[in-house]
Design a binder for this molecule. Structure first.
Ligand code: HEC
Length: 131
């Protein structure tokens, strides 16, 4: 195989961020019922360490011990650079945590509704990607 075809193959393996989840349109506008205060911030951080850090890493950079996620949660929260793409809403994040995809487990049976919204709030507070 030539160098060039190797390069093309590795480009093809780059995940399409937030594109291939088929999030239904209605999920976009779901309201986040969980207020942000000292208590919910603490509970969310605690739950994130128990349920998400093993794959996503403490700051969402994808450097977990159980599974490496090849992009950071911050990168999906950033404003999209592609014209026409819209930033992810709370509802979409909630939907993704609820349903999962591939190696991302579904948390529908593992976390309550409220806990999944807590995770959405926590993701919004992750420290920015240094890249
Ligand atoms: C077993 C490993 C694992 C655990 C535990 C896990 N995730 Fe994930 N997560 C993944 C992987 C792998 C992906 C990438 C899936 C893909 O795009 O194919 C992902 C993707 C995501 C995405 C979607 C990113 C996008 O592309 O839009 C969100 C949001 C997310 N995870 C949040 C969470 C939260 C919150 C928790 C804890 C409640 C959690 N994950 C726990 C492995 C995990």
């Amino acid at each position: 195989m030539t160098r060039k075809s190797l390069l093309i193959l590795s480009l093809a393996a780059t995940p399409v961020l937030a594109g291939n989840w088929n999030v239904p349109i209605v999920a976009r506008s779901l309201d986040n019922p969980v207020p942000i205060n000292d208590e919910t911030i603490r509970n969310a951080a605690d739950l994130y360490s128990r349920q998400c850090v093993s794959c996503h890493g403490r700051e969402g950079r994808g450097d977990g011990t159980e599974e490496k996620v090849d992009y950071s949660l911050q990168s999906i929260l950033a404003t999209p650079t592609q014209p026409g793409n819209q930033p992810l809403t709370d509802g979409e994040l909630y939907w993704k945590i609820t349903h999962g995809v591939g190696k991302m487990p579904s948390f529908a049976g593992k976390l309550t509704d409220e806990e999944r919204w807590l995770m959405v709030n926590h993701m919004r507070r992750l420290p920015p990607d240094p890249k």
